[in-house]
Design a protein around this ligand. Sequence first.
Ligand code: PLP
Length: 425
Amino acid sequence: MTTANNLPGAPFFGYRQGQLCAEDVRLADLAAEHGTPLFVYSQAAILHALGAYQRGLAGRDALICYAMKANSSLSILKLLAQAGCGFDIVSVGELERALAVGAAPQKIVFSGVGKTRAEMRRALEAGIGCFNVESEAELAVLSDVAQAAGRVAPVSLRVNPNVDARTHPYISTGLKGNKFGIAHEQALAAYQRAAALPGLRVVGIDCHIGSQITEAAPYLEALERVLDLVTAIEAAGVPLEHLDFGGGLGIDYAGETPPDAQDLWRQLLARLDARGFGQRKLMIEPGRSLVGNAGVCLTEVLYLKPGEQKNFCIVDAAMNDLPRPALYQAYHAIVPLGEAPHGEARSWEVVGPVCESGDWIGHDRSLAVQQGDRLAVMSAGAYCMSMASNYNSRPRAAEVMVSGASARLVRQRESLAGLTTGEIV
Ligand SMILES: *Cc1c(COP(=O)(O)O)cnc(C)c1O
């Protein structure tokens, strides 16, 4: 159970004088000023998470490419770009966001199984650092597009090390039988093909074995498998400049204790050094672990509906704001903004107003709440706002960035007029 002492996001989120705060700002004040549902991010928490990777990779030729699908809000991108990050993108829309905050194009890598020709053209024109190619068919199209544009596309092949990341099946990506990457057994042939295509220049190799990984072992296993491949590919005459180990490191939702990024990289670098790859250019693509514990979603209790079998606590945030529970049966801690509870705690099904039985935020949560109280949904910095939708014609939430004692609105609540923009009657 989440208590004041083991709150996800601590010490950047915690109770002070009985009031839940983000850094030095009371969340109740932000909810009163901006309304709910409201996402609140801690700048210090993001920089702290990044710092663990930076320390872990200190002294190496390494580039941290933030996987911006986790949260592509411009204020977060700008913060990370200014801190030296590159970006891992999966669409031309994400490319434009990265460019809009002044990201260096050479620090952008483009992942994804379904890049269109138009997306490839735009990324080539922008001069991105690398296309992380996921199939042989994509290699051929990219070469074609690059040649027609009079350019050479820098490519890496996403290989599938067939390692079990031991995470939820929807977010496990490195096993045979999912749509991502090129099978280990086919990788060498695919590299030889890539090297022979006129519009391509092979620059690296990448992998990404899954998400919300809470142990070091799958990373260590994948590392060995990828290094075996690198050895074979280079022996066949295709040199690789960089090695990209993807993202996937987990965060604290319900008391998970994933390895610290610095400690994980100490272990991985020891193996890289032992096998003679320690001086290679390294890249990583963390998403969730940079922002997940750095955000919360504030919501107001609209109605309490106690029943014979279940008690429902109906809040103003819903699956369109917080899609992870509906999508992955994910757990988010839910806590009151004021530490002193109203009356006795009882068990609640915390649900939103959307007309779907799948619209739930938390099952069987022990909370002492009254109508009008406000709650914080913790660990909501990753894969929440970036996955938010307008289902039920609900405007998307506002976002606030906190730094120390200051807070600024970084995204306005979507307007009702905005909801129908582009529609033609
Ligand atoms: C989603 C994704 C990431 C980031 O994953 P996290 O679990 O958020 O760290 C990195 N690389 C690729 C290719 C991805 O698809």
